[in-house]
Design a protein around this ligand. Structure first.
Ligand code: FCB
Length: 512
């Protein structure tokens, strides 16, 4: 089931739910009732962002670069996936994508014209080490070196994600993330990056969305390598936790200027009802999906994500691993797209399986999503849905930022991704009037400015994404860009939202 089918089914489910009393989550934990789409104009016009606030966009290697076998690059698990019939909507691939491997200078020039000051991008591991181990491929390093130089020459901060899902296929052939050895291979790779690029890149994150890497790839089978084993999921999660800590140390050892943070997926979790069971289930969601790897880095242990004792043995946890996990972040980075409403499933019989659609949404069979966390996490449809099927819920970013600020003692925060998929395309005047995207950003950013006014130390916001790109298993059917990409001609057209976001970046205000 893909995101859109999921959304349709959710609407049907919501219609059914209307037979029952209004659930408690409408008000959210400790928050006022929100009427979707009716955010006060005064909040938006009053919104101000601090001087020096870093406006940026986020991108990922596989979604943008193309050039899938150029300059010595090895095959990645995404190359293998897209070349397997039936995997990607429309039978398309990222072989070319936005051809950014060749067109990066022009894209960076566009970002500069939109007054961007930070560019989150990822490095493709198989460009650097084609089989995931061994000596670096200098052509790959040279490419990113030029890329980083071009950003710096444009006054844009290079922000590097070391891994945004494109694992070298050769490492999957050695067992993939459930194989603990990958933590050390990844640390070697991280060290190579910091050694060669750490004189210019100072902002690093090991993984984009580590929970999704483990769950989508190894439990839900929705992303490569498409395994459906909960045991593999647990092992993969622990290897990623270890790799995060090891990479952190490797980067710091190779570059004295390095700061290391994160790019976690997060969604504020609201209990479906006020019952203790649903509250506990929402807390498990938060522990598993939001802060599992954050807690590992900050405290050297995993949070209470599980019903009962943590399955440490199944995770392959060894004595002393606490020390390897522990690598306190210099700042905390996370995404915001939408929220979740969570209910308890621990008292039902677990019937196995969980359905995962796209990159964001999970639904569940009876008994919960998996045998360990035992909750059901739903995306409600009280707010409108984007064309990509995610509920619009601006208030969620306020709740999430405030919660993380409180739980982690007011850390520096970067929003690493945040955005919406709408399909608007150029009109006869070559304009893309994507008013819904502007509205989405206005409302979300107004809530973010409120969090800053209330004391959260947010220093950067990265819109997802600079230009429409390859949207994983959804192919080219979802458009998240501030710039429209014509994938046939590679022509770029700045959308109205891009022009608007450029003015926001120049003024630190939203009514522009
Ligand atoms: C996030 C991914 C990103 C992009 C957006 C829409 O989950 O990190 O690569 O696909 O979703």
């Amino acid at each position: 089931m893909n995101r859109r089918e999921f959304a349709t089914r959710s609407v049907a489910a919501a219609a059914g739910a209307a037979l029952f009393p209004r659930p408690a989550y409408s008000a959210g934990p400790g928050s006022a009732m929100q009427v979707p789409g009716a955010q006060s104009e005064s909040l938006t016009s009053a919104a101000r962002f601090p001087d020096g606030f870093l406006w940026g966009t986020a991108t990922a290697s596989y979604q943008n670069e193309g050039a899938w076998k150029e300059d010595g690059k090895g095959e990645s698990i995404w190359d293998r996936f897209v070349h397997t019939p039936g995997k990607v909507r429309g039978a398309v691939t990222g072989d070319v994508a936005c051809d950014q491997y060749h067109l990066y200078a022009q894209d960076i020039a566009m970002a500069k014209r939109l007054n961007q000051r930070s560019q989150r991008f990822s490095i493709s591991w198989p460009r650097i080490q084609p089989t995931g181990v061994g000596a670096p491929n200098m052509k790959g390093l040279d490419h990113y070196s030029r890329f980083v130089d071009t950003l710096l020459a444009s006054g844009i901060r290079p922000w590097c994600t070391m891994y945004h899902w494109d694992l070298p296929q050769a490492l999957e052939d050695r067992g993939g993330w459930p194989n603990r050895d990958l933590a050390n291979y990844f640390a070697d790779y991280a060290g190579i990056l910091a050694k060669h690029l750490g004189d210019r890149i100072t902002v690093w994150a090991p993984f984009n969305m580590p929970w999704a890497i483990a769950f989508m790839g190894y439990a839900a089978g929705a992303a490569p390598p498409c395994r459906t084993s909960f045991g593999d999921f647990l092992k993969a999660a622990h290897t990623l936790g270890l790799a995060q800590g090891q990479a952190h140390r490797a980067v710091k050892a190779a570059s004295s200027k390095a700061t290391v943070g994160s790019a976690y997926e997060m969604a504020p979790a609201y209990p479906r009802t006020d019952s203790d069971d649903d509250r506990a289930a929402a807390a498990r969601y938060h522990a598993m999906n939001n802060v599992f790897f954050l807690e590992a880095a900050m405290k050297g242990r995993y949070p209470r994500a599980f019903v009962g004792e943590p399955p440490l043995e199944q995770m392959g946890f060894r004595p002393g691993d606490e020390k390897l996990l522990y690598a306190p972040l210099d700042w905390i980075g996370f995404h915001y797209y939408t929220r979740r409403v969570v209910s308890d499933a621990s008292k039902e019989q677990f019937l196995g399986g969980g359905i995962f659609s796209g990159t964001e949404i999970e639904s569940n069979s009876p008994g919960g999503r998996d045998p360990y966390t035992r909750f059901r996490a739903a995306m409600p449809t009280e707010g409108p849905l984007t064309d990509a099927g995610l509920e619009v819920w601006p208030r969620g970013i306020y709740d999430l930022v405030m919660q993380i600020s409180k739980e982690y003692n007011h850390p520096i925060i970067e929003i690493t991704e945040s955005g919406c998929g709408y399909l608007d395309s150029p009109d006869e005047h070559d304009r893309v009037p994507d008013a819904r995207r502007i509205q989405w950003y206005r409302d979300v950013l107004a809530e973010l400015s409120r969090a800053i006014a209330d004391g959260a130390r947010v220093r950067a916001y990265h819109a997802w994404t600079l230009l429409d790109n390859f949207q994983w298993a959804e192919g080219y059917t979802e458009r998240y860009g501030l710039i429209y990409t014509d994938f046939r001609s590679q022509k770029r057209t700045v959308k109205d939202s891009g022009l608007w976001y450029g003015r926001v970046a120049a003024s630190n205000r939203l009514n522009v």
